[in-house]
Design a protein around this ligand. Structure first.
Ligand code: FMN
Length: 224
């Protein structure tokens, strides 16, 4: 297992069968607002799912490689993997997909970097969006295979994109919702932490609001 993979709370005694996958991607480590609010979401989810197994994957600290010719040949050609390197690439992709498939809830924390998601998070999607594993072609279209799972997006941005003149520059939430829908995950809640570059008072209010929303979002997921 690679170093980017940390499993918490895994014990038969305390597991209630719910698996939560927490992906972090901020390059700012300990000062990251998306990580801070994401950890709050986890605490709230633990109230909703006591004893859940939580897997944390820090994509910034332990980045995946960009996909390359070997990856594409191994995962998208009829022949499949033919060299040791190609087999290793499929294995890594399979492990990441298994981790996602085995999770009922995925929490994705991301900084806005140049109007989109961090490239480390994009690399994760490049590894897990795979025909036959997370989506299939059917009747001239495609079909997501991961239905029934839930996602929570925790998105930190320096500016404001939910309204106003920068709206059309927003490519983090819209991308994430599209690619998640493509693989079948349509139950998606978003927690925005916007305007972090607009001064300390504004930032403090934005974090407070996001922390409150974390509780509300986790509450929506509470089993009936
Ligand atoms: C390299 C870099 C690029 C950034 N690009 C943008 C951007 O395009 N739009 C924006 O609103 N904020 C941008 N920011 C600001 C971050 O989105 C903001 O600091 C946010 O809080 C980062 O998330 P984090 O706190 O989880 O690290 C950028 C920050 C960095 C370091």
């Amino acid at each position: 297992m690679d170093a980017g993979h940390i499993v918490e709370d895994r014990s038969a005694a305390n597991s209630n069968g719910t698996n939560i996958l927490f992906l972090t991607s901020s390059p700012r480590r300990d000062t990251s607002y998306s990580n801070l609010v994401g950890m709050r979401v986890l605490r709230e989810l633990r109230q909703v799912y006591p004893g859940a197994t939580v897997t944390i994957r820090d994509l910034a600290r332990n980045p995946l490689p960009h996909i390359d010719d070997d990856f594409v040949t191994a995962t998208r050609s009829i022949a499949g993997p033919r060299s040791e390197r190609q087999r290793a690439q499929v294995e890594r992709s399979d492990d990441l997909i298994d981790e996602l498939v085995g999770s009922e809830v995925v929490v994705i924390a991301a900084s806005m970097i140049n109007f989109g998601i961090p490239s480390t998070l994009k690399a994760w999607f490049d590894h897990i969006v795979r025909p036959g594993r997370t989506f299939d072609y059917s009747g001239g279209g495609s079909q997501g295979l991961l239905r029934g799972r839930r996602a929570i997006l925790v998105l930190a941005r320096g500016g404001i994109y939910s309204a106003g003149p920068l709206r059309s520059f927003e490519h983090d939430e819209s991308y994430l919702r599209s690619v998640l829908e493509f693989i079948g995950i349509t139950d998606v809640q978003t927690i925005l932490i916007e305007g972090m570059g607009l001064g300390p008072d504004f930032a403090e209010r934005a974090v407070d609001a996001a922390m409150r929303r974390a509780g509300a979002v986790a509450g929506v997921l509470a089993p009936a």
